[in-house]
Ligand binder design. Structure first.
Ligand SMILES: Nc1nc2c(ncn2[C@@H]2O[C@H](COP(=O)(O)OP(=O)(O)OP(=O)(O)O)[C@@H](O)[C@H]2O)c(=O)[nH]1
Length: 497
């Protein structure tokens, strides 16, 4: 995704500035120009870029800064804050509540990914325990109903539509009535698209909204539309009370900067982004972690969510208990690898770790990381149960290693390499020994019991440094609240090669 390049350019501009011996107006000016250029190249609207420059200049007044203040930090913080402000309209979007009926209407141009996104949105909520349903009020595009039907059937989500009826308002109302009766707590209405924001489309949208009174209107925008984003988003906002934006196709060559412009045009937050055609290629969009990732500062809370999502809840108390005992067996490592592979593209996971911007983890490397994990797992597949569950470091004798290598079709040195990696991780995890278990055994409540000294000991020194030392870690823990730290450590250990 090209947004990663934007992040790289901004990080580079900041790093160049940091290399200067004295930070004066000239150095600051060059840094801001560099950042502006990068934003413009990513299709962010000119006016927004200019406003950002002005705001940073207002925050960073080099003349009035007392001697000894860390100017670099103040500038970096200002860039971070301004990028966040650009993406944060200041008011959160409506969020549906389980068990309380809500109606969400999707609008957008033809081909923006609206129909696909409706199903992704429904599926996302279904996994969270909602009872979603889909209504196809797109009577303009032949085949739209079939597409929705297909997607909905695959995801086992109830749907409503018609091949005969040509009035979208009628279909929307009928669908709404049907699903209200069936106690759906999230009724999603897909509306027609057109090739451009023409009057007929906007009028149709207005009528559907009037008849269904949605709690939220989501504007779906193709991430690759570039500078046209602002006008398009504004046209939709003027005809329907758009309350949130979803930007799609951010997996391809989209520059993505248009997303920032859409936020300004609709004064509504981006709530999700689409990162592929598949139903689960859909991510929650959170401004601060996103900007952190963009600047290569990592997104630990996103990583937490991902891990939390893939780890079955019933396995969590078990892992915690083992951690508290200080036993980190090969089997536990195997299970962690399985979870890691389930998390999706490894590069995406790495980009959430502090210091691992996508630039630092180039494409080739991602594959290597994934291949390595798979290789380790194949080797472990040739181990006996006793070997996997052993806590005795002397168990792995030469003859066992030779047998495992032969069984897995790998070289002896590959097995040794895998065991070294295991030892390194086991050592790190052993520092978590004596961990107090949360009463309910849930991972998510663990962080309240973690002690900061324990954490600093367990983190690899370079990671701790990137996080801003002990102070940074403390701030992060506070910020993350209920999020679980132990799994983060696992993730980090695997990342720090
Ligand atoms: N790569 C990628 N493709 C996507 C994404 N979202 C949607 N698509 C694809 O974009 C194309 C158009 O998506 P649709 O959902 O049919 O578009 P639509 O906006 O509903 O179109 P109309 O129903 O005609 O208004 C399809 O091929 C989707 O698979 C995404 O996040 N990434």
């Amino acid at each position: 995704m090209v947004l990663a390049q934007l992040g790289g350019s901004i990080s580079r501009a900041l790093a160049q500035m940091s290399n200067a011996t004295v930070i004066d107006e000239k150095v600051l000016g060059e840094c801001l120009n560099e950042i502006s250029r990068a934003l413009l190249q990513s299709d962010v609207q000119f006016k927004m870029v200019r406003d950002m420059q002005t705001n940073i200049r207002k925050i960073v007044n080099l003349e009035t800064l007392a001697a000894g203040t860390n100017k670099r930090r103040i500038i970096q913080q200002a860039v971070f804050t301004e990028l966040c402000n650009m993406l944060d309209p200041g008011k959160p979007a409506f969020t549906p509540k389980k068990g309380k009926p809500s109606v969400v209407m999707f609008v957008g141009l033809q081909g923006s990914g609206k129909t696909t996104t409706c199903t992704k949105y429904a599926y996302y909520h279904q996994r969270k325990g909602f009872k979603p349903s889909l209504v196809c009020a797109d009577t303009f595009r032949a085949g739209a109903f079939d597409q929705l039907k297909q997607n909905a059937t695959k995801a086992k989500i109830p749907f409503y539509g018609s091949y005969m009826e040509s009035d979208p308002v009628k279909i929307a109302v009928e669908g709404l009535e049907r699903f209200r009766k069936e106690n759906s707590d999230l009724i999603i209405i897909d509306t027609s698209g057109r090739h451009k924001q023409e009057a007929a489309l906007l009028e149709e949208m207005r009528q559907v909204a009037e008849a269904t009174k949605p709690d939220l209107v989501i504007f779906v925008m193709d991430g690759s539309i570039g500078q046209a984003a602002f006008d398009q988003a504004q046209a939709f906002k003027q005809s329907a009370s758009v309350g949130a934006v979803i930007v799609t196709k951010l997996d391809g060559h989209a520059k993505g900067g248009g997303a920032l412009s859409a936020v300004a045009a609709t004064k509504s937050p981006v709530i999700f982004i689409g990162t592929g055609e598949h139903i689960d290629e859909f991510e929650i969009f959170d401004v601060k972690p996103f900007v952190s990732r963009l600047l290569g500062m990592g997104d630990l809370s996103g990583l937490m969510d991902k891990i939390q999502d893939v780890m079955p809840a019933d396995q969590q108390p078990e892992l915690l208990a083992k951690l508290a005992e200080g036993t980190f067996t090969l089997r536990l490592l195997y299970e962690q690898f399985q979870n890691l592979l389930k998390m999706g593209p490894i590069g995406q996971v790495f980009s959430m770790l502090p210091g691992f911007s996508s630039e630092l983890m180039p494409k080739g490397h991602e594959k290597e990381g994934q291949a390595k994990i798979k290789r380790y797992m194949t080797i472990m597949d040739s181990m006996t149960a006793a070997e996997l569950d052993s806590t005795n470091p002397k168990l792995m004798t030469e003859s066992r290693i030779i047998r495992i290598a032969r069984g897995s079709g790998r070289q002896i040195r590959d097995v040794m390499d895998m065991l070294e990696e295991y030892k390194r991780l086991a050592k790190m995890w052993s520092k978590m020994k004596g961990l107090k278990m949360p009463k309910n055994g849930k991972m998510s409540d663990l962080s309240q019991n973690l002690n900061i000294q324990q954490m600093t000991k367990a983190l690899p020194p370079q990671v701790l440094k990137q996080m801003g030392g002990m102070g940074g870690l403390q701030a992060l823990m506070k910020q993350m609240g209920g999020k679980d730290m132990s799994k983060m450590l696992g993730g980090m250990g695997l990342g720090g090669d």
